[in-house]
Design a protein around this ligand. Structure first.
Ligand SMILES: Nc1nc2c(c(=O)[nH]1)N[C@H]1C(S)=C(S)[C@@H](COP(=O)(O)O)O[C@H]1N2
Ligand SMILES: [Mo]
Length: 414
């Protein structure tokens, strides 16, 4: 396995390419077809509305209370997802107004710290080494809307994800300041929002100690060189590279180091996958009781997305077709992207773009010149350095996680 501890990069700001790539004119996003895969039943996507949240460009609205809005695929032609178009995912509707950066406090405590501490934003920014990492934030349920049979939950299309450059300090450094006792097992994470009715469990997540101490796990106050948007967690959120978005606690206010498994609803019941159904990913073993058949979701699975072509698009015979997209995994790194233009009979290697570290997505491109008229079924499939690849058939699971079925886009050459 490649050394996964070396991916933190001190990227110079010169590497920032916000605004690179091609943005389609705004009206193009209204074309629901561009976000509608062929397998979705009619209606699902037609009901989706582009809507503005405060401080955001129009996003695809899935639910309003709590706010769940996804990024239109066109934005994924850019290496970094712009902050004002970055998807938004909340569980509870009691989200506070933007917190005051001066009043915000982060409490570090729990039975397994030596000295509980309370930090201001100033403390955080001035007492620990700053680090930057490019990392993909993807919701566990991205693409849930394509599950057959259908499952309950936010009916995401392709856009519950985004790639950004995050700036902050290592969680490890902050925890070490409080001092970690020998019996420490898990680290719980809580944000400022609360449930609106007391019956709803507060959104509290936990990480195994080893992942909390991973040098890539950071408390971030900036994405893409700007303060976090309110709905992406201002002033500080956790960034857990490689693991699905559920652990990336926004508006974080409380962290506890504990010596037992955290058994709140969002760990014990929600965000679980069947044990053994997904190969080659981290297990969160302290969360598994002997009789459990389900285990917490952890790492993202290898996946890819074509971003510049859409179903039904027309090309003229003799015109070159350039297929562009992105591929990612949980941090082993993308080794290969293959593209088929004949529905999967033959495959060719795509060219990979610049490497921004293993936790970033990787751009790819593949050009071809169609030699006859007709329909071309274009497929893309990514493989990582551990040899894991995308599935042709859905690995169904009750909560609708880890959809990484090879995508097909059918275009017409006329
Ligand atoms: N405080 C808080 N943090 C949270 C959540 C939440 O509901 N509350 N949702 C999590 C989930 S499930 C995801 S997928 C990511 C989404 O991050 P984003 O809204 O910045 O895109 O935030 C995570 N952090
Ligand atoms: Mo999520």
């Amino acid at each position: 396995m490649p050394n996964r501890r070396t991916f933190l990069k001190n990227l110079s700001s010169g590497l920032m390419v916000m605004g690179s790539g091609v943005l389609l004119p705004r009206h193009a996003w209204a074309d629901a077809f561009s976000i509608s895969p062929p397998t979705l039943p009619d209606g699902d996507m037609a009901e989706s509305i582009l809507a503005s949240l405060p401080g955001k460009n129009p996003l695809i609205k899935r639910t309003y209370r709590a706010p769940n809005y996804e990024t239109p695929v066109e934005y994924f032609n850019q290496m970094f997802t712009p902050n004002d178009s970055f998807y938004v995912r909340w569980h509870l509707s009691g989200i506070p107004d933007k917190l005051s950066a001066t009043d915000w406090r982060l409490k570090i405590g729990g039975d397994s710290v030596n000295t509980p501490i309370e930090l201001t934003l100033d403390n955080l920014q001035n007492n620990y080494e700053h680090v930057e990492i490019v990392a993909l934030n993807q919701c566990s349920g991205n693409r849930r809307g394509f599950f057959q049979p259908h499952v309950a939950g936010v009916e995401w299309g392709y856009g519950a994800m985004g790639n950004a450059r995050w700036t902050g300090v290592r969680l490890k450094d902050v925890l070490n300041k409080a001092g970690i006792k020998k019996d420490a097992l898990e680290v719980t994470l809580n944000g400022a929002e609360g449930p609106v009715i007391p019956q709803t469990p507060d959104f509290i997540k936990s990480l195994p100690l080893w992942k909390a101490l991973d040098e890539n796990t950071i408390l971030a106050w900036e994405m893409n060189g700007e303060p976090l948007p309110h709905l992406n967690g201002f002033p500080v959120r956790l960034v857990v590279p490689g693991w699905t978005g559920t652990y990336w606690t926004k508006m974080i206010t409380e962290i506890n180091v504990i010596n037992k498994p955290w058994d709140g609803f969002w760990m014990r019941i929600a965000y679980r996958i069947p044990i053994g159904k997904f190969a080659g990913i981290d297990r969160f073993v302290s969360q598994e009781r002997p009789t459990d058949t389900m285990t917490p979701i952890t790492e993202m699975v290898v996946n890819s997305l074509m971003t510049n072509i859409r179903n039904g698009q027309r090309f003229h015979l003799g015109q070159p077709v350039e297929v562009k997209g992105i591929a990612w995994d949980a941090g082993r790194g993308i080794r290969l992207v293959e593209v088929s233009t004949d529905g999967g009979y033959t495959w060719r290697e795509a060219t990979l773009g610049k490497d921004y570290g293993n936790y970033s997505w990787r751009q790819f491109s593949y050009g071809f010149r169609p030699t006859k008229k007709g329909r071309y079924d274009i497929l893309a499939r990514a493989t990582n350095r551990a040899g894991s690849t995308q599935n042709f058939e859905l690995i169904w699971n009750p909560a609708g996680y880890h959809h990484n079925v090879v995508q097909k886009v059918s275009v017409d050459v006329v």
